[in-house]
Design a binder for this molecule. Structure first.
Ligand SMILES: Cc1cc2nc3c(=O)[nH]c(=O)nc-3n(C[C@H](O)[C@H](O)[C@H](O)COP(=O)(O)OP(=O)(O)OC[C@H]3O[C@@H](n4cnc5c(N)ncnc54)[C@H](O)[C@@H]3O)c2cc1C
Length: 418
């Protein structure tokens, strides 16, 4: 045997699984098809800028992050807890009144936050505030849009702010995601101050990989795997590897080819990264667009941020880095550079002619779909020695991936002990 456990995929789930199995005293080998660890959490360095492969934030309030990640070592640079809402010529900052007291009065007095909407939203959130578990699987669940309607949350705050913000977070504009899942997310948003590591999001998986005894075998794709009489064998382009048990921790789009399980439905997005010579004004907040009559953005961009305002390390001295995210479930999800540039000019009320595209990431399988009822089925056995894990077996988030990896390591214990 080459190892007790072979882990396929060095995303967050695979890395957490490997770390936990190693801590339990097992020998672990981890294979990764790409040239670095991280999976969907990778960072490109472009001309001194840090451009994550798809804009995302690390929320230190996630229980899995609190428990298993050395957050202080990542030197998180915090985003504002709130949003800037663009409506025509007006930009309004709505922010957490306690974390951002400077914006409290404007937030509470804004036409976007009528008391009736705030009360209805609070009513909708109550079930999540009363629950402490991270998996609200036992509660009755329904589609997000229907649950907002049922709570009477139908006014401007929803139409102009929350629907657009959530569509960007979920990469899903249908309103058909699980309401319970979104309640969980909102609870974590309120509890934490999401941010970006000083060295880019990839610092997270790199921190995890650094504690492995055996380095991850990069550039090594598992082509096939089979159960044998006493374990598993994994075929790679460089030969066969044998172990007592295998954990398949690949993303949703690669599950079928290795396991024969159906491919989970996923949601996609694209992120454009721009260098802006002059600093656009929006502060350290995400900006959403409420310009279209009836709500939603008037162009292809669902959210944008001057990332370097919140995370100065993402841009070299004094320069400005702007992200803009489009959603692939929209007809304009693959809008070209000219359209995105025009939309940014409208959103920041400035010319973008001299902005330079650093890189454009198209991420067709960014997140597994999260329909109701919210289920966290957990890792799945394929036979007796092959276990399937990953965010698609928990929830489409850093929390879900870490939790799934940890669960997988615990689950294979029973086989390793026999
Ligand atoms: C653009 C974007 C924005 C996001 N925003 C957020 C956010 O703000 N907050 C949040 O909590 N979460 C966010 N997420 C979700 C979060 O990043 C993912 O849930 C998490 O990273 C998934 O980890 P994973 O280990 O399950 O899968 P993956 O990261 O997909 O890892 C799977 C790994 O398996 C490897 N692999 C595949 N096939 C093989 C093979 N045959 N052999 C060997 N290796 C293989 C892949 O190369 C990959 O490295 C976002 C994701 C994206 C893409």
């Amino acid at each position: 045997m080459d190892a007790d456990v072979i882990v396929i995929g060095a995303g967050l789930a695979g890395l957490q699984c490997a770390r936990r199995a190693q801590r339990s005293g097992h020998s672990v080998l981890i294979l990764e098809a790409e040239d670095a660890v991280g999976g969907r959490v990778r960072t490109d360095r472009v001309d001194g800028f840090l451009c994550d492969r798809g804009f995302q934030l690390l929320n230190p309030a996630y229980p899995a992050v609190r428990q298993w990640i050395d957050v202080p070592a990542l030197e998180l640079q915090k985003f504002g807890v709130g949003v800037v809402v663009r409506k025509g010529q007006t930009a309004t900052t709505l922010a957490h009144p306690i974390r951002h007291p400077r914006h409290a009065l404007a937030t509470l007095r804004s036409q976007l936050t009528p008391v009736s909407d705030v009360v209805a939203f609070a009513r909708w959130m109550v079930p999540a505030l009363l629950r402490h578990s991270t998996a609200s699987t036992s509660a009755r669940d329904e589609m997000l849009a229907a649950s907002f309607d049922a709570a009477g949350f139908t006014g401007r705050l929803r139409r102009d702010v929350i629907d657009t913000f959530l569509a960007g977070v979920l990469a899903d504009t249908s309103g058909e995601s699980s309401a319970n899942y979104v309640r969980q997310l909102m609870r974590f948003f309120a509890a934490g101050a999401p941010g970006l590591p000083r060295a880019g999001m990839q610092a997270l998986p790199e921190q995890m990989a650094a504690s492995l005894v055996k380095p991850v075998r990069l550039g090594t794709a598992a082509r096939d795997l089979r159960e044998t009489a006493d374990g598993v064998k994994v075929m790679t382009d460089n030969g066969t590897i044998r172990a007592r048990v295998a954990v398949v921790a690949v993303g949703a789009q690669n599950v079928a080819e290795l396991t024969g399980l159906p491919t989970p439905v996923t949601r996609g997005l694209t992120t454009w990264w721009f260098r802006a010579p002059a600093r656009p004004r929006s502060g350290p907040f995400l900006m959403v667009d409420a310009t279209r009559p009836g709500g939603g953005p008037a162009g292809p961009i669902w959210h944008t941020a001057v990332v370097s305002e919140a995370a100065p390390s993402y841009a070299p001295g004094g320069e400005n880095l702007v992200e803009a995210t489009t959603l692939l479930d929209r007809p304009d999800g693959l809008a070209g550079e000219a359209d995105v540039r025009r939309d940014l000019a409208r959103l920041y009320l400035t010319s973008t002619d001299d902005w330079e595209v650093l890189v454009h990431h198209v991420v067709p399988h960014a997140l597994p779909a999260q329909p109701p009822p919210l289920e966290a089925p957990g890792p799945k056995w394929m036979g007796r020695r092959i276990l399937v894990a990953g965010d698609h077996r928990a929830s489409g988030s850093i929390q879900g991936a870490l939790h799934s990896g940890e669960q997988a390591a615990r689950t294979v214990e029973s086989v390793l002990a026999s």
